[in-house]
Design a binder for this molecule. Structure first.
Ligand SMILES: Nc1ncnc2c1ncn2[C@@H]1O[C@H](COP(=O)(O)OP(=O)(O)OP(=O)(O)O)[C@@H](O)[C@H]1O
Ligand SMILES: O=C(O)C1=C[C@@H](O)[C@@H](O)[C@H](O)C1
Ligand SMILES: [Mg+2]
Length: 170
């Protein structure tokens, strides 16, 4: 197994779990959103505003194509699993874990965050429709789905580590 990718909707816990899993497994952690911000020198809302969403999506695919580190954890942006090309790259280069959280929980976490341009510009109903539309793509991207409801970050991280170690032996 080369990499561990975390996929799922905004606010499902990819960054939070990724950080903890990195600590537990003692391997480096990369947050795609942060890496893109670092590489471009622009904040995500700025990239959306100046160049449009499609350009941001191209940056995500480029990131996946050029990423050269192995034996690490990559938390992906919430929209990364929508492109078939991205799903293929992730599945071919690592183990993909989907953090499956219920929408009401996600909404509670994200609705006030100014750093998520899609949330800033949409209503709750629109975001919920997007959540429903995207769900099957996270499922398609993932080797394993982890249901996170009623679980603490620590429990989710331990379960993810258990799955990683189990599959390493295969
Ligand atoms: N199971 C959980 N229990 C408690 N808090 C959680 C849980 N999962 C996530 N959180 C909290 O929810 C917030 C959003 O999580 P996080 O930033 O990790 O989401 P994300 O999937 O990385 O989102 P994005 O796609 O927008 O980057 C954080 O404050 C995180 O600590
Ligand atoms: O779900 C999405 O489309 C996004 C999620 C974030 O992680 C960022 O990648 C960006 O805000 C877009
Ligand atoms: Mg994140």
């Amino acid at each position: 197994m080369k990499r561990i990718y975390l996929v799922g909707f905004m606010g499902c816990g990819k960054s939070a779990v990724g950080r903890r899993l990195s600590f537990l497994l003692k391997i480096p952690f990369y947050d795609m959103d942060k890496e893109i911000v670092r590489q471009t020198g622009m904040a995500i809302p700025e990239i959306f505003a100046q160049f449009g969403e499609e350009h941001f999506r191209d940056l995500e695919t480029e990131f996946l194509k050029n990423f050269s580190h192995d034996n690490c954890i990559v938390s992906t942006g919430g929209g990364v699993s929508m492109r078939e090309e991205n799903r293929k790259i992730m599945r071919a280069t690592g183990l993909v874990l989907f953090l499956d959280a219920p929408f009401r929980e996600i909404w509670r976490r994200i609705h006030k965050d100014p750093n998520r341009p899609i949330v800033r510009n949409s209503s709750r109903e629109e975001i919920e429709a997007m959540f429903k539309k995207r769900y099957r793509f996270y499922k398609e991207a993932a080797h394993i789905t982890i249901r996170t409801e009623f679980r603490t970050l620590r429990q989710i991280t331990q379960y993810a580590a258990f799955q990683v170690n189990r599959l390493k032996g295969e």
